[in-house]
Design a protein around this ligand. Structure first.
Ligand code: PHE
Length: 347
């Protein structure tokens, strides 16, 4: 009987060596150590044998059974590794490979002017200790309106004609102020961050209005924040961007999520203040709506309004780009015309 077990083991060794896919291995497993497999057969055969035979054959069978089990596991692992390697070899891609450089947007045109200015502003804010946050283009009512103190009945919703999805619950965000709400959800005060991004409004387009444009939201929450702090940060930002003192004016402005709210205008750099289509002949450009965060907004953000307050602003990125590069029509920015984009090649 012991010899039979030895033979069985030799047979198994030969078979397992030749098996080269998972099914074959599973088949061998069933035939040798399965419930009705060869080992079980042997154990059945010795059911009526003497205690000594049972002991020795039983022990040997168990030993072989364990050995077979281990070899099967090893073989399975080996087959899996081979499969992975084979797959890698088949689907191998050289990620460093570049084809003709002239077809790549980056090489033929450079960064888009909005990207150039956005990165520059991010750097300015990073140097002032701000974090950069992101948020989704598709938002829900809560993040775009409700948590910003704009309940569904509020007429301020009319200020932002909106692209709603057919479920009437989701929309393309109308402003980056959604990032304020998301920032408060993920941060404990004190904090300061900016959130750049694309926003969408159902607008009639003209030289200074587009249905999709860029904003850069900013929020700072701490103890004892004042309007003076807000003005300081805004002035630092603008003089860094334009590399010179820019003429600004502050007017009261209404936004439900700030109190008090302001419109920070800059003297139109396109026409020097004489009046042009970009500034709607007024000589001034509305660039930076801002204000002290409304306590209701902080409450939605679960912030203790007894202890903390803050300011927020929403920079119109496209307008800034237009000022910087003296672009006279916002529609160029989204026109996708390479002759336009090529002029700003910076890497
Ligand atoms: N979200 C406002 C808008 O798009 C701008 C804004 C941001 C105003 C932050 C005040 C504070 O019109």
């Amino acid at each position: 009987m012991l010899e039979k077990i030895e033979n069985l083991k030799r047979e198994f060794d030969a078979e397992i060596q030749n098996a080269n896919d998972k099914n074959a291995v599973l088949n061998i497993k069933a035939r040798y150590i399965g419930k009705t497999g060869k080992i079980s057969e042997i154990l059945n055969e010795i059911r009526d044998a003497s205690i000594e035979v049972k002991k020795s054959v039983g022990a040997k069978s168990n030993e072989i059974k364990i050995e077979i089990g281990e070899k099967i596991d090893k073989k399975m692992q080996q087959i899996e590794t081979d499969e992975i390697n084979e797959n890698l070899a088949k689907n191998w891609v050289d990620v460093t490979l570049t084809d003709s450089k002239k077809d790549l947007g980056l090489n033929c045109a450079g960064y888009h002017p909005v990207s150039i200015v956005q990165r520059e502003i991010e750097d300015i804010f990073i140097s002032m200790g701000f974090e950069i946050l992101d948020g989704p283009h598709i938002e829900d009512d809560y993040h775009n309106f409700e948590a910003l103190n704009i309940p569904s009945t509020h007429p301020a919703r009319d200020m932002q004609d909106t692209f709603w999805f057919s479920d009437k619950k989701h929309l393309l965000r109308t402003h980056t102020s959604t990032i304020q709400v998301r920032g408060m959800e993920s941060h404990k005060p004190p904090f300061k961050f900016v959130g750049p991004g694309k926003v969408f409004r159902c607008e009639a387009t003209d030289a200074s209005h587009e249905v999709a444009f860029h904003q850069l939201e900013g929020m700072l929450v701490d103890e004892n924040v004042s309007v003076a702090n807000l003005i300081y940060f805004m002035k630092t930002l603008l003089s860094e961007i334009f590399k010179k003192e820019v003429e600004v004016r502050l007017r009261p402005g209404f936004f439900p999520f700030v109190e008090p709210g302001f419109e920070l205008d800059i003297r139109c750099l396109n026409c020097g203040g004489k009046g042009c289509p970009v500034c709607k002949q007024s000589g001034w450009l509305e660039l930076l709506p801002c204000g002290m965060v409304h306590p209701n907004v902080l409450k939605y953000g679960k912030i203790d309004t007894e202890k903390y307050n803050g300011f927020a602003f929403g920079l119109g990125l496209d307008r800034l780009v237009m000022m910087r590069y003296k672009i006279d029509d916002i529609r160029h920015i989204h026109g996708g015309d390479l002759r336009f984009v090529k002029q700003f090649a910076e890497f």
